[in-house]
Design a binder for this molecule. Structure first.
Ligand SMILES: C[S@@+](CC[C@H](N)C(=O)[O-])C[C@H]1O[C@@H](n2cnc3c(N)ncnc32)[C@H](O)[C@@H]1O
Length: 268
């Protein structure tokens, strides 16, 4: 038990340090994930810190007036797009544990002329929102960073109202498939790979947390070249991947998925 708690604290410290100092710019990630029309709706400062892994907003069916929670909002690219879709009668709670990221999201919201975005400094393992207060949880490349994923999903189920939805992008990995020399690199955890679950485990954890109607409408392989777009991976780790992974795996180090699920009313 002690070991597990220490381990969580180490992971949290590693992730905080990695994301505090992400060098500019990650606009290449944004150009990979979002259409030109979507990018035109977002200020450059948010595009410059795009660190997600897929585009779940296309599957989220956001309705005007909804209360949306963006877990690990980062520079705010999804927060801005979601806030535009929720409209002035809706709102997006932009949660991140780094004040630097929240400042960036707040500035991007002001630049976009949006007043329906509320920054929230908190950890996704302890979401400071009341029970049953959110219609939709979104998140992009964040849950895979937690050492306490069951706890994160339980928190999502708690804050969602009965019938509320979750629609997130996350990386999945078959851990047995990747060499330990890669999985044990701190940069591989910060880059969302070493902490990632297999898809079946992610789906299982969602059901255990009280979600129902789980589906995976999108899967997208992440290649070594894609990993190199994220400054979280050091050149050493990219080189390690190229040398240790068989050539037929270079195009698929991990798989980004979009997962949707609904909170069963019986859980409340
Ligand atoms: C991979 S980035 C994704 C950012 C954003 N969703 C995007 O698509 O650009 C992960 C973000 O999650 C935040 N984060 C990581 N662990 C967290 C935690 N335990 N609680 C809250 N935020 C966390 C980081 O500070 C960072 O902003």
């Amino acid at each position: 038990m002690n070991r597990d708690l220490m381990y969580s604290a180490e992971v949290r410290a590693l992730v905080r340090d990695a994301y505090r100092d992400v060098p500019p710019t990650t606009a290449a990630v944004a150009r990979k994930l979002y259409s030109e029309e979507e990018l035109q709706l977002v200020p450059a400062s948010a595009i410059d810190r795009s660190l997600g892994v897929a585009n779940h907003l296309r599957y989220a069916d956001i309705r005007p007036g909804e209360t949306i929670l963006d877990l690990g909002c980062g520079g705010g690219i999804d927060t801005i797009l979601a806030a535009r879709r929720a409209g002035p009668t809706g709102r997006v709670i932009a949660l991140d544990f780094l004040p630097e990221m929240l400042d960036r999201t707040t500035r991007a919201a002001a630049e976009a002329g949006l007043s329906n975005i509320e920054p929230l400094e908190a950890e996704m393992e302890a979401i400071r929102c009341p029970d049953d207060s959110v219609d939709l949880v979104i998140s992009n490349g964040v849950i895979n960073l937690s050492a306490r994923k069951a706890r994160v999903l339980a928190e999502c189920a708690r804050v969602l109202r009965p019938g509320g939805r979750l629609c997130v992008s996350d990386l999945t990995v078959d851990q047995d498939d990747l060499p330990p020399e890669i999985l044990t690199q701190p940069a591989a955890w910060a880059g969302c790979i070493a902490g990632a679950l297999a898809e079946a485990d992610f789906v299982h954890k969602l059901r255990k947390a009280g979600f129902t109607g789980v589906d995976v409408p999108h899967r997208e392989p992440l290649s070594i070249d894609d990993c190199a777009l994220y400054p979280l991976f050091s050149a050493d780790v990219i080189a390690l991947m190229r040398s240790l992974l068989p050539a037929d795996r270079h195009h698929r180090v991990a798989v980004a998925i979009v997962v949707r699920a609904v909170v069963a009313p019986a859980q409340h």
